[in-house]
Design a binder for this molecule. Structure first.
Ligand code: ADP
Ligand code: MG
Length: 249
């Protein structure tokens, strides 16, 4: 049994079958990559895992519990955090202020920043946020407003905002999209470091095969809403069906 078990998930948008009988098992403490051409249903699948979309049929179990029917914040409290395809941070706030948001949001799904419990723990929480920023190499930018930051820095901040929640499962939707090569390599290093230092499982959607093969323990290839093959990176590289359907050979 994986920490995440997706069984026979179907999702239609009107006449379009975005997901057709998707089965996916993600083992604890592994990095599982989901690859596939544009429109294959990768983001739709992720949305079904975090409560943004509800599958028409099928089941999604995380850590032995069903996520279906739960609100996104409840799923977040179960231990799933997600890095979006486009960074979702607050441009008007500083880096450090952004870090405070997930800490408080986690508690009850609201943004009650002045709860008594929160004030009592403030010193501890601030230290935790600082440590996390140090881990992603952004402590020197703690007072910067985020609107003007590079895409790489926004990504790093967003990852720190996810990681401070100490998720059991981190979902990443194209974490290096639109990044320059140097930022992509930094992101690979950061994710490798996270993987080495924590008990964490990651499911990563990624177009850049260099990123995929640098990080993944298992790879699922999605094509037209259905898993085509699931295997180790070594086998995926040489798989004729993958080369044909995905790499365009
Ligand atoms: P991927 O992330 O693999 O590129 P998506 O999951 O975003 O693919 O999309 C899968 C298919 O579903 C695409 O054909 C897309 O146009 C369609 N789709 C995605 N979201 C919606 C939506 N909210 N309404 C209608 N169609 C959608
Ligand atoms: Mg997508």
């Amino acid at each position: 049994m994986g920490i995440l078990e997706v069984k026979d998930v179907n999702k239609r948008f009107g006449g379009l079958q975005a997901l057709g009988n998707v089965n996916l098992s993600v083992k604890e403490n592994t990095v599982h990559a989901i690859i596939g051409p544009n429109g294959a249903g990768k983001s739709t699948l992720l949305n079904c895992l975090v409560g943004k979309l509800i599958p028409d049929t099928g089941s999604v179990m995380f850590d032995g519990q069903s996520v279906l029917g739960r609100k996104p914040f409840e799923i977040n409290q179960m231990g799933i955090s997600r890095v979006f395809q486009t960074p979702e941070i607050f441009g008007d706030l500083t880096v450090f202020e952004n870090m405070m948001i997930p800490i408080f949001a986690r508690r009850d799904g609201s943004f009650r920043l002045h709860a008594i419990e929160s004030v009592q723990n403030e010193k501890e929480l601030r230290e935790k946020a600082e440590k996390m920023l140090e881990d992603v190499n952004m402590l020197d930018k703690r007072n910067m407003h985020t609107a003007s930051m590079s895409r790489g820095d926004k990504r790093r901040l967003e990852m720190a905002m996810c990681l401070i929640q100490e998720p059991k499962l981190l979902l990443l939707d194209e974490p290096t999209a639109g990044m320059a090569r140097a930022d992509t390599n930094n992101t690979i290093d950061l994710l490798k470091q996270i993987k080495a230092e924590r008990d964490i499982t990651m499911a990563i959607i990624e177009h850049d095969m260099h990123v995929v093969f640098s990080l993944a323990d298992r790879i699922t290839v999605l094509a037209q809403g259905t898993p085509l093959v699931e295997d180790s990176p070594e086998n995926i590289k040489g798989h004729p069906k993958v080369r044909e359907a995905y790499l365009g050979e």
